[in-house]
Design a protein around this ligand. Structure first.
Ligand code: IVH
Length: 676
């Protein structure tokens, strides 16, 4: 057999390179499977030739737990913290101080995202990772080398053949939001405590005693500073150094940018704040550094922090406030959902007084007690949530909460089925809260889409007794509404027209509007296409429903139980009487299986189809429309101003169709794609 040394070296080099493409450049050249194949080949060779093993091999990220984990390490250069600015004015004042000290403006700034994780230093000797330490008090930290080795974006060996003798770099270890959500999902499944935020989760992962556990936490890192350098390149600016780090395999945040002056800084700050929720990780501000290293040395340090850098902090998205009470809502399915009543608090750009608590178990799991001081989080457009109590501030007077036994809206019993997370009001449409929510859903965008029939109008209809179930909407007469405040000829006329139009909605919409558990838009459209009438769906046998692609046993059971409920059957009868169409016409001249097994993705706007029209055209022919491109996608239809899906299709080699080719696909099926 040939000498394996060369192949092992080659594989290590390839794996390092592809890991860099993936983790640092975010621009992989090979598929995950391709990477895995190389990785396995290397593992195989290394286990066959133990003499050729190397601790720097990409296969050796998780080693045996070492004895020096968490031992104290002195930093070669102190790890400083930063002064903060909270307003653009404070940033401008800082720039003014720089100008006074230097006698001129510095020659440009480096702007970086302030990532919310924990600071660590990495030491490379001769290009090999030899140490990693937490910041600690800035003077000494803890040895976390074994744990940092498991962070896939951290190179074990620097790229290039000119490694410095000793280089210490600093950066932020963080947990991407996807990893955080996955971790908390696992914690919840195992009945373990949830992590309150990605930063705490990252800190916990870095402080694991077993590096194998750290490896499962999918941490990532951004390197933002050279801390110490011996026998290496002479950098002229901070931006220079970041470029060098990135070129040598270290993960440098691509959002880092050089700007010329204060205007540029303020512009960067504003756009970073705007984009902060689209990043996939949490940021809490922007770090601004004077770019030329000569200017940095001239400015120097105070006792705590460099004068040449400042952290601009975004307005906080977490605040503490008092939990005054816990009340419940009854939703459209009768689900009883507790929510927090809070002492008003300004957080994430709005005043928050309420926050959902999801369900009874969530209140217990978070151990929330009435009277607690709680952490409230409101990030971007995401609905506010109570993160948890600040248990250390308890006085002992806090009260635990119990789900009420009777519905506060209708007085009927609240029950909770064995094994279910949600409690339900048993009042049906007699419960005014449930009816209001049901009607809002029924008439809303996702349902019958009756324009002008929002919460306010529904409230009026209910409080005046004009409507007692969804069919009542279709029995409304103009004189019922005329004369109420805000309701004149024109507005009443508009509402009547909108209601009239809704009588003829496609069956799929009606099904969605009815709110059958587990029957959302996609399932509803599938049912409509297969059965074409409400009556046939209500009477469909279990086998017929179960035979449909995309409809599993749980959905079948839900449809059967809904359809056999006398109340629901009566409702359908009343809708029919009120003139609501309960079926779709048979589509003409369409081969209903020509696209069987075909999945297309549509991006951009088409001339001859609306989005929904294009979707129906595909679905009417037995095909599927997916939201994202994968290897399983048959073709991507690209219209005017397409999104990134077109690029993705190109990367994966999925056929791209213009509108003409799409029409051909609808007529002939996917056969012609292979000939092309
Ligand atoms: S520079 C002397 N850059 O913020 C330079 N810090 O209060 C000191 N941080 O402990 C740090 N992102 O944990 C720097 N791009 C960035 C940063 C950053 C996050 C954290 C770091 C540091 C704290 C400073």
């Amino acid at each position: 057999m040939a000498d394996p040394t060369a192949r092992i070296e080659e594989l290590r080099r390839l794996l390092r390179y592809h890991s860099y493409r993936y983790h640092v450049l975010d621009d992989p050249e090979i598929s995950d499977a391709g990477y895995d194949a190389l990785f396995r080949e290397l593992e195989g060779l290394e286990s066959a030739h133990p003499d050729l093993a190397s601790p720097d091999s990409p296969t050796q990220r998780v080693g045996a737990p070492p004895s020096d984990l968490f031992a104290e390490v002195a930093h070669r250069e102190r790890m400083f913290s930063l002064d903060n600015a909270e307003t653009p004015e404070q940033v401008a004042a800082w720039a003014g101080r720089l100008q006074r000290q230097l006698g001129r403006q510095p020659a440009g700034f480096a702007c970086e995202l302030k990532v919310d994780g924990l600071a660590v230093s990495l030491t490379y000797r001769g290009g090999r990772l030899t140490g990693a330490a937490t910041r600690g008090d800035g003077v000494t930290g803890e040895d976390v080398t074994a744990n940092l080795r498991t962070v896939l974006g951290v190179p074990l060996v620097l790229l290039g053949d000119d490694p410095p003798a000793v280089m210490e770099v600093r950066g932020e270890v963080y947990m991407p939001l996807a990893a955080f959500d996955a971790l908390n999902e696992t914690q919840a499944e195992m009945g373990e405590r949830l992590f309150v935020n990605p930063r705490n989760a990252a800190a916990g992962a870095v402080r694991q005693k077993d590096p194998a556990v750290t490896a499962t936490r999918r941490l990532a890192m951004w390197v933002y500073q050279v801390g110490y350098l011996e026998g290496g390149p002479a950098f002229r600016s901070h931006t220079d150094s970041l470029r060098w780090l990135r070129d040598h395999g270290l993960p440098v945040n691509p959002a880092s940018e050089h700007v010329d002056d204060l205007d540029g800084v303020l512009h960067y700050v504003a756009s970073a704040e705007h984009a902060r929720h689209d990043l996939g990780y949490q940021t809490d501000g922007v770090v601004i550094k004077v770019d030329p290293l000569a200017d940095q040395s001239e400015l120097g340090f105070t006792s705590k922090s460099p004068r040449w850098a400042i952290a601009y902090k975004f307005p906080p998205e977490e605040q503490t406030t008092r939990l005054i009470g816990i009340e419940v809502n009854v939703g459209r399915t009768g689900a009883v959902t507790p929510f927090a009543v809070l002492e008003p608090v300004f957080v994430g750009g709005a005043t928050v007084t309420n926050a959902t608590l999801h369900n009874q178990d969530e209140v217990a799991r978070k151990d929330l007690r009435i009277g607690d001081t709680v952490i409230v989080r409101r990030a971007g457009d995401v609905i506010p949530e109570v993160v948890g109590p600040v248990a250390s501030l308890r006085t002992g007077a806090e009260q635990t909460w119990k789900m009420p036994r009777k519905c506060p809206f209708c007085g009927n019993p609240i029950t909770r089925a064995e094994g279910e997370a949600v409690a339900r009001c048993t009042g049906g449409f007699d419960c005014p809260s449930r009816l209001r929510e049901y009607l809002a859903h029924f008439a809303g965008r996702g349902g019958m889409d009756i324009e002008g029939l929002g919460y306010k109008t529904i409230h009026l209809l209910l409080s005046e007794g004009l409507v007692t179930d969804p069919s009542g909407i279709f029995r409304l007469r103009p004189e019922d509404l005329l004369g109420f405040e805000g309701w004149g000829e024109v507005s009443v006329g508009n509402l009547m027209t909108a209601i009239d139009a809704a009588r003829d909605r496609p069956l799929g919409r009606l099904l969605t509007a009815l709110g059958i558990p587990l029957v959302g838009g996609t399932v509803a459209r599938t049912l409509a296409r297969r059965f074409l009438s409400m009556e046939r769906i209500m009477d469909a046998a279990e086998e017929d429903l179960g035979a449909i692609d995309g409809i599993g046993p749980e959905i079948v059971a839900s449809i059967r139980s809904w359809a056999s409920d006398p109340g629901n059957r009566a409702l359908i009868g009343r809708l029919a009487q009120a003139g609501v169409r309960l079926g779709d016409p048979q589509p003409e001249g369409v081969d209903r299986s020509v696209l069987a097994g075909v999945t297309v993705v549509i991006t951009g706007t088409l001339d001859g189809f609306t989005r929904e029209g294009a979707r129906s055209a595909v679905e009417d022919r037995g095909g599927k429309v997916a939201g994202s491109v994968s290897r399983k996608t048959t073709a991507v239809v690209v219209g005017e101003s397409p999104g990134s899906k077109a690029v993705r299709a190109q990367e994966l080699g999925v056929p791209i169709l213009d509108e003409a080719a799409f029409s051909r696909l609808l007529a002939e099926g996917a056969g012609f794609l292979e000939q092309a």
